[in-house]
Design a protein around this ligand. Structure first.
Ligand code: SF4
Ligand SMILES: [Zn+2]
Length: 131
């Protein structure tokens, strides 16, 4: 396991702080002791392309330190991001769910779904009445 820019060229890696650092690339590896990873984290914290690095490599659990974060912390970060991207409770889309997260059956979401169904029935009925 190496720091991302090495052996994985991407346009942004030309600015990667780790590629210009004197630290050995192993400093970013997950199996290094914390004080070694801490040195890598300091380099990441000065990196102008940390966001690009996080977006490209952050979801890879085999990567050691990415954008100053170990894999476990990145997992937490992406879990929060995914959760917050879901529609609010009390909406039909939250009730329905998506391919990435299950539908919600809380009272608010059930109510929103019931209301949607009721309105859809009313629209269909109105459509038949005018046809
Ligand atoms: S964020 Fe860290 S690992 Fe990623 S390119 Fe920058 S210095 Fe390297
Ligand atoms: Zn809900």
């Amino acid at each position: 396991m190496t720091s991302p820019p090495i052996g994985r060229p991407s346009a942004w890696t030309e600015q990667a702080a780790c590629a210009q650092s004197d630290l050995p690339v192993q400093s970013w590896d997950a199996d290094q002791p914390p004080h070694i990873n801490a040195e890598a984290i300091l380099v990441c914290n000065t990196c102008p392309v940390a966001l690009e690095c996080l977006l490209e490599h952050g979801r890879d659990p085999d990567m050691g330190i990415i954008a100053g974060l170990p894999a476990r912390k990145r997992g937490e970060l992406f879990a929060i991001t995914n959760r917050d991207l879901r529609p609010v409770h009390g909406s039909r889309s939250r009730y329905m769910g998506s391919s990435r997260w299950p539908g919600c059956r809380c009272g608010k979401c059930r109510d929103a779904h019931a209301k949607y169904e009721q309105e859809a029935r009313a629209r269909r009925k109105a459509g038949r009445a005018t046809a």
